[in-house]
Design a binder for this molecule. Structure first.
Ligand SMILES: NC(=O)c1ccc[n+]([C@@H]2O[C@H](COP(=O)([O-])OP(=O)(O)OC[C@H]3O[C@@H](n4cnc5c(N)ncnc54)[C@H](O)[C@@H]3O)[C@@H](O)[C@H]2O)c1
Length: 281
């Protein structure tokens, strides 16, 4: 079985590829344009595998994407490539439209043309907005996008749905909560806090730090993706979560405790207008 995975040099993509290659049952074609968030060092232990190949290609580049599909003839496509940082989407939304929406459309078109057996769109629970004090998102929670990032992810999900309904393509969507684990770029909450704490630098926490998110280990997310690839029903959406809701401040204090650092390193940053809605997630 040949899987074309986009964004394979990023945080979740590289963990996903490690698991697939270790299982020994899949050929993996990694398509990644290596933005600031992509790092081939994450994949150095799989680089020599005969089951692994890499293309440095932008998923929005229709010509190059079609060439990869034509040459590799993948069975399945898993779209992990994205601009993924909420803060960056607030500062520069247009690249999020290009990659997250246009890129997904380009991959869907190529998947239609080359009769891909299944297309898995890796989305996020951020499309549902903010969690309340209790409860979980379900697949029926209404979309409530609070940032340009989540809006582009929801937009891509809806385009996927339309391709499934209009063209009868086999498309599944997953919406996962916040991931933690190896190879994450240190702009996101957990690696940033670890990095700062280890270097005795201040730990910026937005607002009162009471924003609640669910957290899941990246390996569990990746195994969820494989399960949906194998067993999911075409046209379905699957939420993936860890049943592990924490406030940001709880996460930050736990990191300080493990590293035996002082809570006085925490610096509360005031919200300035709409900018810091889900900052650093
Ligand atoms: N990190 C999380 O907690 C989380 C949670 C739920 C869903 N997701 C989703 O999972 C996917 C992967 O997230 P991540 O945290 O690994 O992101 P990441 O930012 O670590 O990695 C993204 C990867 O995509 C590549 N990329 C970006 N633009 C590209 C383009 N135009 N063409 C080709 N490659 C491109 C980057 O080079 C990078 O390797 C995203 O779709 C994200 O929305 C992430």
């Amino acid at each position: 079985m040949k899987i074309l995975a986009t964004g394979g040099a990023g945080f979740i993509g590289s963990n996903f590829i490690h698991i697939l290659i270790d299982e020994g049952k899949y050929e993996v074609v990694n398509v990644d344009m290596l933005t600031y968030a992509g790092n081939l060092e994450n994949l150095k232990s799989v680089k020599a595998s005969p089951n692994y190949s890499f293309y440095k290609v932008n998923i929005s580049d229709q010509k190059q994407i079609e060439e990869v599909f034509k040459r590799e003839k993948p069975d399945l496509v898993v779209n992990l490539a994205a601009e993924s940082h909420v803060d960056r989407s607030i500062l520069s939304p247009s690249i999020f439209i290009d990659t997250n929406i246009k890129g997904t459309l380009t991959l869907l078109e190529a998947s239609k043309k080359y009769s891909i057996k299944r297309f898995l769109q890796v989305s996020t629970d951020e499309v549902y907005g903010s969690l309340g004090k209790t409860g979980y998102f379900t697949e029926n929670t209404p979309l409530a996008t609070n940032s340009p990032y989540s809006a582009t992810k929801a937009g891509a999900d809806l385009i996927c749905r339309s391709y499934q309904k209009t063209f009868g393509m086999d498309i599944v969507i997953t919406r996962c909560s916040n991931n933690y684990g190896p190879y994450q770029f240190p702009e996101k909450l957990i690696p940033l806090m670890i990095e700062n704490a280890r270097n005795d630098k201040e730990l910026p926490v937005y607002g009162d730090g009471m924003n609640i998110r669910d957290w899941i280990h990246v390996d569990d997310h990746c195994r969820g993706l494989i399960s949906v690839l194998k067993n999911g029903r075409a046209g379905e959406i699957y939420n993936i979560g860890g049943k592990n809701e924490r406030t940001n401040i709880d996460i930050v204090k736990t990191i300080l405790e493990i590293l035996e650092k002082d809570v006085f390193l925490i610096r509360y940053v005031l919200r300035t207008g709409p900018v810091m809605i889900n900052a650093m997630l």
